[in-house]
Design a protein around this ligand. Structure first.
Ligand code: ATP
Length: 298
């Protein structure tokens, strides 16, 4: 099964630079912006639905979506925006899913999602990587390297999550305040020292065994959020043991890089804790993780 990695960072942080390098190292990159454009491309059912709802004025002469015109229509109109999202979000979800599933079985799939944190998607991945650059440096790069207007860049930055919110969602904080060479070296290390072993350990059922305290702050919370997302319900006091046997739950845990361990700390043969134990232990196969989530069953 593929290892699914979420990649994000503020505007101008270096996401595209990182995803291009990960692609050259062998990852399958799914770019959320590209998918979002594709599902409303000329001649698509998505574009037809938009024309039905918002009228012919939002279609340009060449048959493509007239984004500025559509922007005008939905700007400040919450209902119109909801309708638009009601059309695009399911199409984006379905197409992304198709791309994830068409990747080879042993692939690392990197999902580059600019608004990953804003959309609360961190728990959907086995590993969430955030490219981290202080705001002022991002601003400088956007203005000096991209030629963006400073005020426009500031307002784009303000409209996004702040650096603290992004850091809380990160399993990996990829520091890109230094040079491009520094970044390249970090991405190489991340790939060979963590992502590839993570994929292999997940396939082999080997849980992370980092020293407690070695992982980033908040690891326990992120593990819990992943388990809740996988099981599709809050954990509360414990779980019904049958839930863990449901294929959807097993699949949900696995795709988040999680293993259900037996009492001796190894992955259960059938994915469940063996023996008469009244608890199961869930851990990530991320080699840099140390957290264990103990759940009472029954
Ligand atoms: P956006 O949010 O607009 O999609 P992004 O997060 O994908 O941006 P990039 O396009 O990768 O960011 O990088 C933004 C700009 O900063 C690019 O011009 C890139 O070449 C440059 N850049 C990235 N990292 C560094 C670095 N460490 N030093 C100098 N420039 C950098």
């Amino acid at each position: 099964m593929t290892l699914r990695v979420g990649l994000s960072g503020g505007i101008g942080s270096g996401k595209s630079t990182v995803s291009a390098q990960l692609a050259s190292l062998g990852a399958v990159v799914v770019d959320a912006d590209t998918v979002a454009r594709e599902v409303v491309g000329p001649g698509t059912p998505g574009l037809a639905q938009i024309a039905d709802r918002f009228g012919p004025d939002v279609i340009a002469a060449d048959g493509s979506l007239d984004r500025p015109a559509l922007g005008q229509v939905v700007f400040g109109d919450a209902r119109a925006r909801r309708d638009l999202e009601g059309i695009t979000h399911p199409l984006i979800r379905r197409r992304s899913q198709e791309l994830f599933e068409s990747a080879p079985d042993d692939a690392v799939v990197v999902h580059d999602v600019p608004l990953l944190v804003e959309l609360g998607m961190g728990a959907d991945y086995a590993l969430t990587v955030i490219v981290d650059v202080p705001e002022e440096e991002r601003l400088r790069r956007l203005v000096e390297l991209r030629g963006m207007d400073e005020e426009a860049a500031r307002s784009r930055i303000r409209a996004q999550a702040d650096d603290e919110q992004r850091r809380a969602a990160a399993d990996v904080l990829l520091d890109n305040a230094g040079t491009l060479d520094d970044l390249h070296a970090r991405v190489n290390d991340l790939w060979s020292g963590r992502i590839v072993p993570f994929r292999d350990h997940l396939a082999d059922g080997i849980p992370g065994s980092a020293a407690p305290g070695a992982a980033r702050a908040g690891e326990g919370e992120r593990l819990r959020a992943r388990v809740e997302a996988a099981l599709g319900r809050p954990l509360g006091e414990g779980v019904d043991p049958d839930i863990l046997d449901e294929p959807a739950a097993r699949h949900g845990l696995h795709r988040r890089g999680l293993l259900v361990l037996t009492g001796d700390g190894q992955a259960g043969v059938d994915g469940r804790a063996s023996g008469a134990s009244d608890e199961v232990v869930i851990a990530s196969a991320d080699p840099a993780s140390a957290a264990r989530l103990r759940l009472r069953v029954g």
